[in-house]
Design a protein around this ligand. Structure first.
Ligand code: A3P
Length: 284
């Protein structure tokens, strides 16, 4: 098949290997490392654009000379060792791992973490399109079939609710900043300011504006180092969908039937019961 089962999690064989997963498990976290953590399709690529700009004080070459996956690699993917080992501090990386699968060193070193959450209904829709265009992922079937798989957690990196709940653990509260995709859409400049404070990187008003412009959906869509256009068509078929597809909140309304929404909410409410979690989207 196209996936590897790693400690109960499905990961794509194309981008992950036994070695890369071992690298992630044995990774030596440093205090000054910076992690952006996401469930897939929640704003990972966006963070790969924002972090190098914030950390470099707005240096555009940081996002124009390297593709996003080499600029800020996924801890668990095959490129990580290559990119992270020789890199000067602060090293920025992204990961889709739920908290219990983070390396042991992560819990000792206490690096800073930005956790991005996105409305799970929009995550399903984004993921559905991604599965249609990416040849290294299973065919999603119909939207209805894919929704059932998503709710059952039979998708890459498991259940959305498990992921989100794991990262609310008291264990990481002293060093994590929570933000939502929707907040970033609403006020990107404000989000960049929050990140800069959190990471201890003061930025001028001008630099903040400049970073927010560079990280807008339209700028990123034009940046060949960020829009995945360097990936050959046999891996990502842009005649089916684009990686930077719509970049909006609420697209789920164009896909969910009322019955599907009811089905979704029944599972969501049950699994999020008692969890101290306030969404920035309308959960009525
Ligand atoms: P859509 O498919 O809804 O458009 P990830 O990077 O975690 O895989 O998430 C991909 C999603 O983030 C896609 O959502 C993509 O368009 C969106 N995205 C990436 N950069 C963005 C930006 N600058 N502004 C808004 N959305 C962005």
């Amino acid at each position: 098949g196209k996936y590897i089962l790693y400690k109960g999690l499905l990961v794509p064989r194309e981008t992950h290997s036994a070695e890369s997963l071992k690298y992630a498990e044995e990774f030596k976290t440093r205090d000054d490392d910076v992690f952006a953590v996401t469930y897939p399709k929640s704003g990972t690529t966006w963070m790969q654009e924002i972090l190098p700009l914030v950390l470099s004080g707005g240096d555009l070459s940081s996002v124009q000379s390297q593709p996003n996956w080499d600029r800020v690699p996924w801890l668990e993917e095959t490129r990580a060792a290559l990119v992270l080992d020789g890199r000067p501090a602060p090293r920025a990386m992204v990961t889709h791992l739920p908290l219990p699968l983070m390396p042991a060193s992560f819990f000792k070193a206490k690096p800073k973490v930005i956790y991005v959450t996105r409305n799970p209904k929009d995550v399903v829709v984004s993921s559905f399109h991604f599965h249609q265009m990416a040849s290294f992922l299973d065919d999603p079937g119909t939207f209805d079939e894919f929704l059932d798989k998503f709710l059952a957690g039979e998708v890459l990196f498991g259940k959305w609710t498990d992921h989100v709940k794991s990262w609310r653990s008291p264990e990481v509260q002293d060093r994590i900043l929570y933000i939502t995709y929707e907040e970033m859409l609403e006020d990107l400049r404000g989000a960049v300011l929050k990140f800069s404070h959190f990471l201890g990187k003061e930025l001028s008003e001008e630099t903040l504006t400049h970073i927010a412009e560079q990280c807008s959906f339209s700028s990123m869509k034009q940046n060949t180092m960020s829009n995945y256009s360097l990936v050959p068509k046999e891996f990502m078929d842009t005649s089916k969908s684009h990686f930077l597809r719509k970049g909006v909140a609420g697209d789920w309304k164009n896909y969910f039937s009322p019955e599907q929404e009811t089905r979704f909410l029944a599972v969501y409410r049950e699994e999020m019961k008692g969890v101290d979690f306030k969404s920035s989207w309308d959960e009525n």
